[in-house]
Design a protein around this ligand. Structure first.
Ligand SMILES: [Zn+2]
Length: 418
């Protein structure tokens, strides 16, 4: 039998089902076949691979096996997520990925938001002398021009917003050029696609920044199928959107219009799981031009199997996660604090699932500690938590698949256009 292989997904609405344990894909498949979303089954960022001790090939093989075993016969994608270096590009390309998400956040100058004009002009001169922007092209291309995005939106750059965008993203754009070159070289003649992500910038992406980044990438010959802005409001892990839905809707309308004007390309929603309140807005305003990424939420459905089948072990994982939280939360932006975790108090067996897998504080606790649980945690019997967790999931594969399917049915039904 030939090995199932991922393909490019193009401008079709799509949904990323990250699977940190390599056992959730059968549930993802059961849910996605009920919709017209094109699925991305292999999807893991380099950071998540490090945290789970998995290689790009491990992630790919787990997805392939699930596709083969379930007889899934539609196209599916494989997303090498949040690639930061040329080495990340090469290692994931070699493992067979077809969708490459560039993350130039290490080269984004967030301070540009606050710099005085004088300093911005100095930075402009430096970027020009370094060859990031050639000569007077920056001002010639943007100043005094009206960009008629659609009937409701016209954008134009004054000197200040232009320089802020150029200084903030100039080196990031150049870094993407080197990633794109490495990808082209490594990939030979095979089809592939690129997503541009700036979702980990410190402030929400403005319409002018979006327009600037898109046009600068395209001017350099970098074709991308999707772009992930940092949207307004909070997209925290494992919980619903926190923020003003009216403002979100107005902002998404602008970003979607820019994506149609510059591309068309898709808008990509990262940390996209559990954002039930914004899905209908996102779907309505983007139409087919949308992509959603989820990952850790499937891990929580795996833990749901544990709480049903071995509540004693689940409690052990909770206690361990509480001890890890202060450290493990560091790389995340969360509303949940150490004090809120302490405030959970003693929880009866009957309430474990609700408190730690359904309510926000408990979900964030269990979400951010996955790397520790999977690679460091060891029970009193000397057995790694990971081994015990995997054994429970293998023994209860049908229940696991049912939980995952139900969870994603909820996601995908809210993203469906009626
Ligand atoms: Zn992201």
């Amino acid at each position: 039998m030939t090995q199932p292989a991922p393909s490019v997904i193009g401008l079709k609405k799509s949904f990323g089902f990250g699977d940190r344990l390599g056992l959730a894909t059968p549930g993802h498949i059961k849910s996605c076949v009920k919709t017209d979303f094109l699925p991305v089954f292999a999807q893991q960022s380099i950071r998540e691979m490090v945290r789970t001790n998995r290689t790009p090939s491990d992630v790919m093989e787990d997805a392939r096996r699930a596709v083969a075993e379930t007889g899934f016969n539609r196209p599916w994608g494989a997303d090498a997520d949040h690639l930061k270096t040329v080495e990340d590009v090469r290692s994931t390309q070699a493992a067979g990925y077809r969708f490459f998400t560039f993350d130039p956040s290490d080269h984004v100058i967030n301070e540009a938001d606050e710099m005085p004009m004088e300093q911005l002009r100095e930075e402009e001169t430096r970027l020009t002398s370094e060859g990031v922007f050639e000569g007077s092209s920056l001002r010639d291309l943007y100043l005094g021009k009206n960009f008629q995005i659609d009937d409701n939106l016209t954008l134009s750059f004054g000197e200040e917003p232009l320089l802020r965008a150029a200084v903030k993203y100039g080196r990031a754009i150049r870094h993407c050029e080197s990633l794109a070159e490495a990808l082209k070289e490594a990939n030979g003649g095979q089809a592939y696609e690129i997503e541009m992500s700036v979702d980990e910038s410190e402030s929400p992406t403005t319409p002018l920044e979006h327009l600037f980044v898109a046009r600068e990438l395209q001017r350099r010959g970098i074709d991308f199928v999707s772009l992930a802005p940092r949207f307004i409001g909070e997209f925290e892990k494992a919980i619903d959107y926190r923020g003003d839905l009216v403002a979100f809707e107005a902002s998404i309308a602008e970003h979607a219009a820019i994506a149609r004007y510059c591309g068309p390309y898709k808008l990509s929603l990262h940390s996209g799981s559990d954002k039930f309140s914004v899905y209908p807005i996102f779907a309505r305003l983007c139409g087919d031009l949308l992509h959603v990424k989820t990952a850790g939420t499937s891990y929580l459905e795996a833990l749901r199997v544990v709480v049903h089948r071995d509540p004693g072990f689940f409690r052990e994982l909770v206690e361990y996660s509480k001890g890890r939280f202060a450290e493990d939360r560091a790389s995340y932006h969360l509303f949940t604090t150490d004090a809120l975790i302490a405030g959970l108090g003693n929880v009866a067996d009957a309430d474990l699932e609700r408190v730690f897998l359904d309510e926000d504080v408990g979900r964030q606790l269990m979400h951010v500690t996955y790397g520790s649980v999977l690679t460091k945690g060891v029970g009193a019997d000397g057995r790694p938590y990971r081994d015990r967790l995997m054994e429970i999931l293998h023994k209860n594969a049908d229940l696991h698949t049912a939980f995952v399917e139900r969870h994603f049915d909820k996601h995908l039904s809210l993203l469906k256009l009626d």
